[in-house]
Design a protein around this ligand. Structure first.
Ligand code: MRU
Length: 365
């Protein structure tokens, strides 16, 4: 998608032929900085510190991380160590494990004699696939926005949480892809952007993306969504997901569950948009089975932003000495989800619904 009219992806092999470049998301929206990843350690650090983030982009970065690792040590032991390092970076996004399993299986196949070349080739293929998948999610989800427009005859107001746009993927995004497709096809649309404390991915990243693409939007304090729904100012909610169970429970950024409850109470359709690589077919009960990442208390007690002097500063916003808890994700049970928008279409949030779209995964792994 575009920054200042120029097309960008979030990750790409560098022109030097040996490193990978990414947009550093910890510096957005204030600065556009490209970071170079030259080693397995760089890739793992970029995922851990959220230089790159969002489930699909974490998966593709891990694939490139493994490609970088093969240059350091392409033996079975080297690959096993790299897998372990990358898998430990973030626990909730299942795309990470999906990408690592896929690339490890490909590299250790007996017919592969150049593991380095094979790893780079597969990482690039996975990046391209992610773009195509997200574009397809956009087409399927845009049909829901079009229906809402045809039903009401006015601008469609969509509420989204966190950042599930192109910055969370290689391009297009998941929850934002339908918004881009609808906007580009002339459907009048306005997006309510949850600020998404504590790291503010909505206010910082989603608003940045939508602004650069010319999509009308308004940032909302996280607690305002229920009120806006009660006052009929939201036509539908679309969020992303970091892991979705085979039964349709959706793990996503902390605060998503509260929006789903408010949506149900107010009769607002609530959709999750995700590639099938986000579905963990081995799980049934998201609340008890999905590991929820606990991040640093400092993300809650401190905030970083641009001061009036123009300098980027971090300030303490909480009472010094108080403890803070920081669960990074929550689980929205399938019963609160109106549908799951995937690259193959929109499925009911249920085992049967998802299995109908993805019969090859219908049996638990
Ligand atoms: O912690 P993050 O920023 O990696 O979390 C990402 C999210 O939770 C997004 O909302 C998104 O829906 C999942 S990735 C498309």
């Amino acid at each position: 998608m575009n920054i200042d009219g120029r097309h960008h992806r979030t990750i790409w092999p560098a022109a030097d032929g040996v490193t990978v470049e990414v947009i550093d998301q910890t510096r957005l929206p204030h600065e556009i900085v490209v970071r170079q990843l030259a080693s397995l350690a760089d890739a793992a650090d970029a995922i851990r510190t959220m230089v790159v983030r969002g489930a699909p982009l974490i998966g593709v970065t891990a694939a490139y991380g493994l490609a970088l690792a093969t240059r350091e040590d392409a033996s079975d032991e080297g690959i096993a160590r790299a897998l372990e390092t990358l898998a430990a970076t973030r626990p909730t996004a299942v795309n990470l494990r999906w990408a690592l399993d896929r690339i490890a299986a490909a590299l250790t196949a007996p017919e592969v004699n150049d593991r380095v070349a094979a790893a780079w080739c597969l990482a690039a293929e996975m990046a391209d696939e992610d773009v195509a998948t997200c574009r397809a999610i956009g087409e399927h989800g845009a049909a829901l926005i079009r229906e809402a427009h045809e039903r009401t005859g006015r601008t469609v107001n969509v509420l989204t949480h966190c950042n599930a746009g192109w910055l969370a993927t290689v391009d297009w995004g998941t929850a934002l892809a339908p918004i881009y497709v609808a906007h580009d096809s002339g459907i009048p649309i306005h997006v309510w952007v949850d600020e998404t404390r504590p790291r503010n991915q909505g206010a910082a990243l989603t608003a940045f993306e939508l602004g650069h693409h010319g999509v009308p939007h308004t940032i909302l304090a996280d607690n305002a969504g229920g009120h806006m729904m009660q006052h009929r100012r939201v036509d539908l909610c679309i969020v992303g997901s970091d892991r979705t169970t085979a039964s349709g429970d959706v793990a996503n950024k902390i605060g998503t569950y509260l929006k789903a409850l408010a949506a149900r109470d107010n009769g607002v359709p609530f959709y999750a948009a995700l590639p099938s690589s986000t579905i963990d077919w081995s799980l049934d009960d998201g609340v008890s089975e999905i590991p929820i990442e606990e991040r640093s208390a400092r993300e809650v007690t401190h905030m970083t932003g641009r001061a009036e002097t123009g300098a980027i500063v971090t300030v303490e916003i909480a009472s010094p000495g108080s403890a803070a808890a920081n669960p990074a994700f929550d689980v929205t049970p399938a019963r609160l989800v109106s549908g799951i928008i995937t690259e193959r279409g929109v499925a009911p949030a249920s085992r049967e619904g998802l299995a109908r779209l993805f019969p090859e995964w219908a049996e638990p792994r």
